[in-house]
Design a protein around this ligand. Sequence first.
Ligand SMILES: [Mn+2]
Length: 359
Amino acid sequence: MKRIERLLKKMAEEKLPAMYVSNPKNVRYLCGFTGEDSSLILSEAAVFFITDSRYVEQAREELSDLIQIVCWTRSMMAETAEIIRKHHIQEIGFEGFHLSYSDGELFKSLVQIKTRIADGWIEEFRAVKDDDEISKTLEAVKIVDQTFMHILNFIRPGISEKQVATELEYFMKRIGSERTPFETIVVSGIRSAYPHGVASEKIIELGDMVTLDFGATFQGYSSDMTRTVAVGKPDSRLSEIYDLVLEAELAGVNAICHGMKSKELDSIIRSPFVRENMNDRFNHGAGHSIGLDNHEAPFISYRSEEEFVENMIMTVEPGLYLPGLGGVRIEDDVLVRKEKSQVLTGSPKKDLIELPFYE
Ligand SMILES: [Mn+2]
């Protein structure tokens, strides 16, 4: 109930008497419910958890006795409106980011009271992890590290990207991952120049760079790591950009700390690329937070004035992409500390791994 109390306090500060929480990750964060299709109505007087008949038993097991479980009959929204009416709630906040336009319109027309968009409040709490969240993330990180060592023995010329992705996912599940938090990326050869290409039927060939970007989930918390390896000897331009990406990545993970501005970190990560006139080959964000969502606030961005705070968990993930030739990305998960932050992922990266398979 600590997290709910914190939200109630924030609502009191913002003079918002009630709040409707529908983002399933936020529902889970606040009350511990691990299922789907459920929402919360919070007010100083009472907290309601609204679900359907599939989840009532699970909710009884997972929720505090202080939360009233309501099983809707007509629809989630109709039940929400009913509770609001019965309890004489005068104004309610909701998560505009999460509701579709139609659901938002329906919500407003059903509740018939003053509504206010209250986006990002819970996400702001979620950005800074507590000890329990950190230890769950560490478990998810362990799974990707072990899986990387396994996959090095699996990747060889003649198998497809999809086979590699399937093996990655199967192995992660076998050693304790609940699910992949995002679609596993395996791109090889010229496809490694696609920052977010998903695994295809393409066969891995000698001389290919292979980029693996994958994550595991442990008790809801995700990890996210990227390594690029070579199969045989790659084009020398690709070995060179490997060193440059590694330089950028190390600069980022060594610099990030409590109080640093997001845009400051972004420019530290980019500086080796700027020096070598290659910044235009780095065409995605330099990192993001991980937690119950695989991409959550804050983000590393040249536009962001936001400051990192101790116990945020950030990815740092620079990459360079040369269309028609290939690409490199290196990504680690970092626990932000006051002085020197802690790199959680431990998979090797110091030298480009050239997998020893020759014809
Ligand atoms: Mn990532």
